[in-house]
Design a protein around this ligand. Structure first.
Ligand SMILES: *Cc1c(COP(=O)(O)O)cnc(C)c1O
Length: 454
């Protein structure tokens, strides 16, 4: 019989995060102040983030110690399992081996808790009383709500209105952890009131919800800080516990990966999973293929431009160099809400630009088909975001079936889909649109990029 689960003991959990900035062939471009157009300094960011996170954002240290209180809470769900998808291999009839790292075992159901706990911890240490944030599908809001509860702070979540209405149980879960949740656009901020004035029926967007949360923090000083669930360097670094564990687990399984796959929205689960492996590509010249999977409705890597752009709609958040569709681009409302972002983590963008990773975009019907096939073989109902990775893993395994290659395919299963049954329902019982690359809208949005000479 084949071994299915590759587990680590609690004391084998990583005690450091990996910071790929130490190994980059060239340093990341500067972060730009949205008001002045000049590189931003730590003091400008101190309104939004605690100083320790600002330091981590620009740190060049290869490893950063995970404080013990964070390790302690990680142990509620870490190390997470690496599983071999034996039944899926059989169903597909592929000679390939398929493994997946499963982050859905976290109490909130996704990888996002890995950074929310760290961010809440450093905020608490520096005296923050309250954290404001945005959430799209609700995964990030849930993760931050629990982390704030753990470290004894208030949490205010601006939830994109379309999700607020479609996923009431995500809101209730956040409230269970003690957070207060409003639909965005809300009347609680200028950015929200302005958006409602322009369009009272607005269903909101991630970019707008970010504006609301940033404004909330900036106008509630010094008690409130802002927290972001993806995109930023420190967020991706906190997530590297995923990849560091995976490396140890693959070693236990006695295999070398040929291809690593994860979905990308802002880039945090992909980064967390892949960055330790990418580090080895840079420093040890390993040849592993590493594939980022995005939706055709928001294809920032495969179709966006690599340029300086705003992180949010109201231009309150810092400007970063990234693969972007333009901050004013509004992605279609696909069911993978966590992948509906106009930009991409600067780190992932740079690594893509330098050829260390590949990217593909997939439409949502084949994504749901892959999610369903996976659920029927392995029992786990995946989040629609994660199913993007599954789609590409399946395609890779099917190619191996044709070629007879015995590749080792490893993907990150970033979360379960227990709150996404509405999406599955729509897939089974109505016709989902397969959005093509929205060329016209992207051209218009890209024409409005800020002019930055850095
Ligand atoms: C938020 C989320 C994503 C997308 O965000 P990344 O920062 O790109 O990881 C993917 N999967 C799940 C389950 C999520 O909750």
């Amino acid at each position: 019989m084949d071994q299915i689960k590759f587990l680590l003991d609690e004391n084998e959990m990583p005690k450091v995060w990996y910071n790929i900035q130490a190994d980059l062939p060239q340093p990341l471009p500067p972060v730009i102040h949205p008001g002045t157009g000049k590189p931003i300094g730590p003091q400008d960011l101190a309104v939004l983030f605690p100083m320790e996170l600002i330091k981590q954002e620009v740190s060049q240290e290869r490893y950063i110690d995970i404080p013990e209180p964070i390790q302690q809470i990680y142990r509620q769900y870490r190390p997470s399992p690496l599983m071999r998808a034996c039944r899926l291999e059989q169903v597909l009839g592929t000679p390939a081996q398929i493994y997946f790292k499963y982050e859905g075992v976290s109490p909130v159901g996704s990888h996002k808790l890995n950074t929310s706990l760290a961010q809440a911890f450093y905020n608490k240490q520096e005296g923050t009383k309250r954290i404001a944030t945005e959430t799209g599908a609700g995964q990030w809001g849930t993760a931050l709500a629990y982390a704030c509860n753990v470290f004894g702070m208030e949490c205010k979540v601006y939830m994109v209105k379309v999700s607020y209405e479609q996923k009431p149980y995500r809101r209730v879960m956040m409230e269970t952890y003690g957070a207060s949740v409003v639909a965005s656009p809300s009347v609680d901020t200028n950015a929200g009131r302005q958006a409602l004035e322009q369009d009272p029926g607005s269903t909101g967007s991630l970019g707008l919800a970010i504006s609301e949360a940033v404004e909330d923090a900036a106008t509630h000083q010094p008690t409130t800080k802002y927290s972001l669930g993806s995109v930023l360097n420190h967020v991706l670094m906190h997530q590297t516990v995923i990849g560091l564990e995976t490396q140890k687990q693959l070693e236990k399984a006695g295999v070398e990966p040929d291809v690593l796959i994860a979905c990308v929205g802002g880039g945090s689960n992909f980064g967390g999973f892949a960055l330790p492996f990418i580090g080895e590509k840079i420093t040890k010249k390993k040849k592993t293929r590493i594939v980022a999977v995005e939706p055709t409705a928001a294809p920032s890597l495969t179709q966006g431009v690599y340029a300086f752009d705003y992180g949010d709609t109201a231009h309150l958040a810092p400007i970063v160099k990234m693969h972007t569709l333009g901050a004013s681009f509004m992605p279609a409302s696909i069911h993978a809400g966590g992948l509906r972002y106009h930009g991409m983590a600067p780190l992932i963008s740079a690594l893509y630009d330098q050829g260390f990773i590949e990217a593909v975009a997939v439409p949502q019907n084949p994504v749901f088909a892959a999610g369903v096939e996976f659920a029927r073989a392995e029992g786990i109902v995946p989040a629609p975001e994660s199913s993007h990775a599954i789609r590409v893993a399946l395609d890779e395994a099917l190619r191996c079936k044709e070629s007879g290659e015995k590749k080792v395919i490893v993907f990150n299963l970033s979360g379960h889909g227990h709150f996404d049954m509405g999406g599955y329902d729509a897939y089974f019982h109505s016709k989902l649109p397969d959005y093509e690359y929205p060329q016209q809208a992207v051209q218009e949005a890209v024409a409005q990029l800020p002019k930055v000479d850095a």
